[in-house]
Ligand binder design. Structure first.
Ligand SMILES: CCCCCC/C=C\CC(=O)SCCNC(=O)CCNC(=O)[C@H](O)C(C)(C)COP(=O)(O)OP(=O)(O)OC[C@H]1O[C@@H](n2cnc3c(N)ncnc32)[C@H](O)[C@@H]1OP(=O)(O)O
Length: 292
């Protein structure tokens, strides 16, 4: 396999910017350059398929630097000759545990802004990319991790893991763009509403039945083979038309998001800083620690 590891540029978050300026500043921006810290990227030159491996132990929890790195890799791949992207994890247990809750607890408003804008940008970049995207979910994936999986076009999951969007359980409302993303996969509005209001978490086998994932694979190796097969099933001559068609399906959600980007940031900042949400976050973090 003709594979290469790419070094891609890094983010440069300025935590001192005011809310509105910040949202404007980061709209369409994924930051400036420096070597990757939390991901590895390999590209197979023969197939044009890239594999981006999330590597921020122990839980691939998303902080601003990590999210900026993922988004920048996607943007770089779009400029290259790549046709497809496989997202996977270096951990054998966790694909992604969502936002880094430790960084959301008792944090400065400017830090929270940086996290949320990075999440918005990552969602926008992944959801809108013309690349063929596959999430190879080789571990638990919840909340922001669920967002990564659901924003991809195809999901292959290993058995006995959990997937879902549990924001309400953490005391946070699910943003509209994430509801739209969920509906793109589970178009039954009643099921989607129930899942998201109840913070429903599916086991792999049930997620397959519900249509939340597309295939189960017995191992990561088998999952990678299936992901390559999925991406390769699109003939070369169809790629431009395919990308335009994908964009058309997702355009309304992307526009809704752009129209409400600032408002979405304000809602997050107001919710996450409420004393009851912060106090619940503290207890939740304690409960995660006690499990160990
Ligand atoms: C206002 C609008 C809000 C809209 C929100 C839209 C989008 C995103 C929001 C979010 O993402 S909120 C994040 C919510 N995430 C969670 O609730 C996940 C919590 N974690 C788990 O449920 C479990 O850890 C797991 C992912 C199911 C894995 O379970 P497992 O038993 O395998 O591992 P643990 O022992 O629980 O965890 C290992 C290790 O990782 C630390 N950790 C886990 N999750 C997080 C996290 N989200 N942030 C920071 N750290 C996390 C956990 O504390 C353990 O650490 P150590 O004790 O080993 O140091």
């Amino acid at each position: 396999m003709a594979a290469r590891i790419m070094n891609l540029p890094k983010h440069g978050l300025c935590h001192l910017m005011r809310t509105s300026a910040l949202a404007r500043h980061y709209a369409g921006s994924t930051g400036s350059a420096s070597p990757p810290q939390f991901t590895t990227l390999s590209v197979d030159d023969k197939t044009g398929i890239a594999t981006l491996t999330l590597n921020r132990p122990p839980a691939n929890a998303l902080n601003a630097a990590f999210m900026g790195e993922i988004a920048r890799s996607i943007k770089e791949l779009e400029k290259s000759k790549c046709r497809g992207l496989i997202l996977t994890s270096s951990s054998e247990r966790i694909f992604c545990a969502g936002l880094d809750l430790k960084e959301c607890y008792q944090a400065e408003a400017s830090h929270l802004q940086g996290i949320w804008v990075a999440l918005q940008n990552l969602w926008h970049t992944l959801y809108s990319t013309p690349l063929i995207t596959v999430a190879l979910i080789n571990g638990h994936t919840v909340a922001g991790g669920g967002m990564l999986a659901l924003s991809s076009e195809y999901r292959i999951m290993l058995p006995n893991f959990k997937i879902g969007i549990n924001e309400t359980m953490v005391g946070l409302a699910v943003p509209m763009w994430l509801i739209d993303t969920y509906l793109n996969v589970i178009p039954n509005r009643r099921v989607a509403e129930w899942d998201l209001t109840a913070s429903r978490i599916y086991k792999s086998e049930h997620a397959l039945k519900a249509g939340l994932v597309d295939e189960l694979a017995a191992s990561k190796e088998q999952g990678l083979e299936r992901a390559v097969a999925f991406i390769s099933s699109y003939p070369k001559h169809s790629l431009v038309a395919r990308a335009i068609t994908k964009r058309q399906f997702r355009e309304k959600d992307l526009k809704n998001f752009e129209d409400n980007r600032q408002h979405d940031l304000e809602i997050f900042l107001s919710n996450i800083q409420k004393p009851n949400v912060q106090s619940y976050l503290g207890e939740y973090l304690e409960s995660l620690k006690k499990k160990a």
